[in-house]
Design a binder for this molecule. Structure first.
Ligand SMILES: Cc1cc2nc3c(=O)[nH]c(=O)nc-3n(C[C@H](O)[C@H](O)[C@H](O)COP(=O)(O)OP(=O)(O)OC[C@H]3O[C@@H](n4cnc5c(N)ncnc54)[C@H](O)[C@@H]3O)c2cc1C
Length: 419
């Protein structure tokens, strides 16, 4: 058993649990191809793919958990098993921060799969802040890659690690840029569908230091996140003033990012049950603009059909700096995206019928949302689900063939999750 936040993975009956990356990991006969068995890697343990019945898990949390901030360069080096809350706490001691996501629980998987933060519009995705990495390819080769100091072949490997690392590498160390820790204002509260529609419209005009995140579960709850990095800045004030017409929204000041808890239990937004298993699928698309009314109608229909109270749709805003390519190329290919919605469903863990209904709801909702959000953010690996092939095609787009080539060369035995 593995003590991890994801309940599907926590319940998995493992074949073996290991803590170190050593030669035996890469022996040819360790994984049987007929059963599509591969090594599961665990960092934060927040996904359903870090442990599976009958599979071996490499748990990076014990031996790859160091965090070191270089005070001269303000670059931080973290192990491949560090969780984002620990990173933020460490940085805060030095008045620095990092664009982590909406939860402190995810580990290095957050960074390696892209990393969409409420701060991303101002500072890019998490991958845009990678300076160097160390780790092993699926064929056992040790790699140490530093941005702007590598030949073209290694450059391609680094680009693929930024967005698609889990398919061909085990990353044991990541060096990241950090940012100055600034105060934050959050405007939050329950809204109705009409208000959500108006707020989405306003948010599509937000400056880069403001972002909208919303969740529609039993009711709709929104967070407008504004980094107050320049008190002279009139545009933040003007944009936040537009929100004063929504009576239920409340303003809160936070000294820094790690004081904020998004979607806390106390809000009772959705049913949390330790006996439930779940899956989540993340989409990507551009501004809704004139389509906001049709989108709201579609959202309302989806929510009318949800099979139980734990199911929800949520969304976070990217854009701004995440649209720019000056951080260097990566395998997060849908750079035009400005919204990342996700669809979450859960079911009683041994109830196969309920599971089928919940997954069907996810797939139906996904197909309805595709016209607005045609692409995928592969934040969760679903190689145990039928949707895997379509998800990876929609996630890696025109770089899919390069990824397949890299997989063939650097993970020829299929030690890591399949493409
Ligand atoms: C509550 C919550 C909130 C979230 N909010 C956001 C958000 O705001 N923005 C966002 O972008 N995402 C968000 N996510 C998604 C999350 O970032 C991804 O699912 C991420 O992949 C989880 O990483 P992990 O290390 O916690 O998961 P794990 O289950 O430990 O890892 C997931 C997979 O990633 C791979 N992996 C992890 N570490 C390594 C490594 N060191 N080397 C190679 N492969 C590795 C492995 O294949 C592993 O199975 C959220 C998830 C949760 C549960």
């Amino acid at each position: 058993m593995l003590e991890v936040p994801n309940i599907n993975s926590k319940d998995a009956k493992l074949k073996k649990l290991i803590y170190d990356v050593d030669e035996s990991l890469f022996y040819e006969d360790s994984y049987s191809n007929e059963e599509f068995e591969h090594l599961c890697v665990c960092s934060g343990g927040t996904t359903s793919s870090c442990a599976k019945n009958g599979f071996t898990t490499l748990d990076l949390r014990k031996n790859y958990n160091k965090i070191h901030l270089d005070r001269k360069t303000n670059l931080v080096t973290i192990g491949g098993g560090v969780i984002m809350g620990d990173l933020l706490n460490h940085l805060q001691k030095h008045n620095r921060s990092f664009p982590i996501g909406l939860s402190k629980l995810p580990g290095a998987g957050y960074i390696l799969t892209g990393g969409v933060s409420p701060l991303s519009r101002a500072y890019g995705l998490a991958i845009d802040n990678i300076e160097s990495i160390k780790g092993f390819l699926g064929n056992g080769t040790f790699i140490s890659l530093k941005k702007n100091q590598i030949n073209p072949e290694k450059q391609l490997i680094l680009e693929a690690i930024k967005g698609a690392a889990p398919f061909f590498s085990i990353i044991t160390e990541i060096e990241l840029k950090t940012i100055q820790s600034n105060p934050i204002m959050v405007i939050e509260g329950f809204v109705n569908l009409n208000e959500l529609s108006e707020i989405i419209k306003l948010s599509e005009e937000f400056p880069e230091n403001i972002s909208l995140q919303w969740i529609y579960a039993q009711k709709i709850y929104i967070y407008i996140f504004a980094e107050l990095n320049n008190l002279e800045d009139k545009s933040t004030e003007e944009n936040l003033m537009l929100l004063e017409k929504f009576p239920a929204l409340e303003k809160q000041f936070y000294e820094n990012f790690n004081k904020i808890n998004f979607f806390p239990k106390e809000l009772n937004l959705y049913e949390l049950n330790a006996n439930n298993h779940s899956e989540v699928i993340s989409l990507l698309g551009e501004d809704l603009k004139n389509d906001i009314p049709i989108f709201i109608k579609c959202l309302s229909e989806i929510m009318e059909n949800k099979p139980n109270n734990s199911c929800y749709i949520a969304s976070q805003q990217l854009g701004g700096k995440t649209k720019k390519l000056n951080h260097g190329a990566s395998f997060f290919v849908h750079r035009k995206s400005t919204w990342k919605p996700w669809i979450y469903a859960s079911w009683k863990k041994n109830d196969l019928q309920e599971k089928e209904v919940a997954l069907e709801w996810i797939y139906k909702s996904w197909s309805k949302l595709k016209r607005f959000y045609p692409n995928i953010h592969l934040a969760q690996l679903h190689n145990h689900l039928n949707s895997h092939e379509e998800e990876i095609t929609l996630a890696f787009g025109n770089r899919m063939n390069e990824l397949k080539t890299l997989k063939n060369i650097f993970d020829p035995q299929g030690i890591l999750p399949p493409l």
